[in-house]
Write a protein that binds this ligand. Sequence first.
Ligand SMILES: Cc1cc2nc3c(=O)[nH]c(=O)nc-3n(C[C@H](O)[C@H](O)[C@H](O)COP(=O)(O)OP(=O)(O)OC[C@H]3O[C@@H](n4cnc5c(N)ncnc54)[C@H](O)[C@@H]3O)c2cc1C
Length: 577
Amino acid sequence: MQYVAPEKDAQFLMFDLFRAQEIWSGIPAFGDFSQDLVEAVIAEGAKINGQVVAPTNAIGDLQGCTWNSGQVTTPEAFKGAFTQIAQGGWLGLAGNPEFGGQGMPKMLASLIEEMFWAANTSLYLYGTLTIGACVCIEAHGTPQQKALYLPKLYSGQWTGAMALTESHAGTDLGIMRSKATPHADGSYRISGTKIFITSGEHDLAENIVHLTLAKLPDAPAGTKGISLFIVPKFLPNEDASLGSRNAWASGSLEHKMGIRGSATSVINYDGATAYLLGEENQGLAAMFSMMNYERLSVGLQGLGAGEVAYQLSSRYAKDRLQGRSAQGAENPNAAADSLLVHPDVRRMLLTQRAYNEAGRAFALFVGLQLDLAKYTDDEQAQALSELLTPVAKAFLTDKGFEGAVMAQQVFGGHGYVHEWGIEQIVRDARIGQIYEGTNGVQALDLISRKTLRDGGQTLYAFIDRMAADPIAAPFDEALTAAFERLRRVTGYLVDHSPDDVHLAGSVSTEFLELVGHTIYGWLWARMATIAPADDFGQSKRVTAEFFFARLLPKTLGFEASICQSTNTVMALPADRF
Ligand SMILES: Cc1cc2nc3c(=O)[nH]c(=O)nc-3n(C[C@H](O)[C@H](O)[C@H](O)COP(=O)(O)OP(=O)(O)OC[C@H]3O[C@@H](n4cnc5c(N)ncnc54)[C@H](O)[C@@H]3O)c2cc1C
């Protein structure tokens, strides 16, 4: 698969739109990140992904993973590429330098993550779970745990996995059954079975560190009785050398629609030695620190899929000759004109592009808020990153998948067969909408916890902030109307939810779409306002005009479907389904 990282767009967003240099100059931890260094990191990220990672994508899908008596073998092509990713320090980009990370801004790391996802989603999953485990150990580990695990994980010698799901407990983790019993030496013993564990067992690293949720014998019922544990495959000695094999094993691999190079295991814990991470019964909150990171990362997975799908379909549309332009032959010497003469094909390409480029700007904006929340005392940044995390996870993966399907449509029947690679992108992108909390659950989080709980205050403040930006004509009026619409709908929900307990859950998905489209409208207007006077800038302005003409008007429909006087969703009795 051919993939070219969007370097120019990355630099435009980083330096022109968000003026990262100016922001970072006020953050001591980022003082060393000159424009030259950032450009070099982007260029190196583009190189490893274009030359090393992307070529392993199709072959990894064909080879898949295999299971034999608990041993899991990953695609042959993955081993060398993963070693290069690990040895190149790519897993520790935003990690703490004290433990071998590179201390880069999350905003910059997000750009690089998008490239890895685009180049090979399955392969990067081994990396992203490792990074997530680091975030969690760094936030909740003891000094000894940090010193023991983080350097090995950042360097990719060991990898991470998160083990939450059980066959009867997915979204509802409070009913999980895995048990942890205290042991005399201060450790614990875990028994139970987890399913769907990404990178739970594989052959790419010498050790695998599970972060596993389980319940103590006297734990309170529900989510308040869950604790988090470090459960390594090999129990490490104090000097991080490997000791005995722990008592857990992969029971089988799932056979999946996509991400076939990613090993997804059933894991059986049979009295496995476990070390408490954080406090007893506080496991879910601790795990969320990993999951929030993962959620932006999974959003970037959607963006990466959307970007590579656009690249394949726009190249194909230029080469494929079918039919003639409505205004007469454009290529009279050939049997037919290219697909690009057909407005409907252009609509599909522009739709993909409009969501991708706004999506990249949005992901960087969320990354920036995470940086500000972590390294400064900007309270608004903390609130904003919490508000926007579910939007980033769900909107980016929804638009990435929809974009991949649209790209497949551009290929016609050739999109349905294996040869062109686009059907793999569709299969691989689909999971982003499901794991790390389904997109339905993200929408509920946005509407209930992040919006209604504070009477819409955080969202209103964000709308005010967006509205304060100078926006040029012709986008200013439509954008102001979109802000008003979002304020109106939020007000409607705040006013009517107390009288209808099902209102929020009935319209949550439309609300997330409304929020996402409004933010993308803001970002497109800003990008168009500052775009340079060259071809790149002109493409930005035309794509912005397309977004405003064809995609932002969807918000009218979302308002209409949310603000109904009667809620029909719960009207049908259960036995009629
Ligand atoms: C390939 C793959 C990899 C995975 N990797 C991991 C991993 O590494 N670690 C791990 O622990 N798990 C992993 N998972 C599990 C994944 O996170 C869960 O599948 C997901 O959270 C949904 O849980 P579930 O499948 O039990 O669906 P359910 O919880 O049964 O949900 C079914 C449907 O009902 C909806 N629903 C459920 N509850 C509510 C509610 N309260 N309100 C509104 N709607 C609701 C959901 O949105 C969904 O549409 C993976 C899954 C897959 C398929």
